[in-house]
Design a protein around this ligand. Sequence first.
Ligand SMILES: C[S@@+](CC[C@H](N)C(=O)[O-])C[C@H]1O[C@@H](n2cnc3c(N)ncnc32)[C@H](O)[C@@H]1O
Length: 312
Amino acid sequence: MPTYHESVMRNEVLHYLNVHMEGVIVDGTLGDGGHTEFILKNTVPEIRVFAIDRDSSAIERASERLSPFRDRVTLAHGDLGDLKNLAAQNGITSVVGLLMDLGVSSPQLDTPERGFSIQHDGPLDMRMDSSQKTSAADLLKNLSDAELVSVIKTFGEERYAKRIVRAIRREQEERPITTTGQLSRIVTKVVTSSRHSRIHPATRTFQALRIAVNDELGQLKTALTDMLGLLHSTARIAVISFHSLEDRIVKTFFRDEEKGCSCPPKIPMCICGRAPTLKILTRKPLVPSEEEVAQNPRSISAKLRVAERVYV
Ligand SMILES: C[S@@+](CC[C@H](N)C(=O)[O-])C[C@H]1O[C@@H](n2cnc3c(N)ncnc32)[C@H](O)[C@@H]1O
């Protein structure tokens, strides 16, 4: 049996999706299909799952794994940013649950040729969808200094962004930067992490490039906004994020949608007429249990937020 990505907080996800009516659950980040499989195993046969991933190798692996549930699952290749259209193309007009388990999967991280790994040398790629044009190496080559500093600073929350870009440019005067090992060495030379830090000095730079290559934040925002209209009354959205930028987007979106009215506080009466569309079920994000982190250290930074669709 292949070694699959270990699904994070799957009991919590199942509990919070609280599926008690028949209908379609959307898994916007299929990966190895672990969450989808767990949902299908633990819900009534009237529950179907529509799942997408932008990585076609994920679709292949998951379709094998999910073959016992062939009648209850539909898989499609595509982006979260296009989820609404993909659902429509598959005849889905209403959903009873939406799950997004963001970021990269273990097979993506552990395959050096995919170029996500700091530990294993490989081409500096980082595309989740290998048919996409722009790779991380392309960004290093084509972005201006200011753009690259902004990417590393904003998406990596890296205070040494300028120093890193200067080091990148020095290397590029000698030779192009084409591998993860090369980038990792360049960053390590100029970023000093504290002696106690267990985080590799290039972690934030790698995260920044990955987010930029895959437009991860833009995709998440679009999916959240687009899918609101498809949610059945009391349907739930569950999002697992792995870094603060994603988590902030989810938190802010849930809060704004729970509030509804977006009039400036000075105005005595609401004139925007926006009604609340969500009720937040997790005031604070849920995090994995100690046992889960001990068993799956990659789950350590996971945060799960859940909200329920309301129609006022
Ligand atoms: C953490 S893994 C999901 C693992 C899965 N829940 C499981 O239990 O096996 C994230 C997956 O989402 C996919 N992904 C990330 N961002 C995406 C996006 N914007 N559109 C479509 N798929 C995306 C990645 O390719 C990856 O396969």
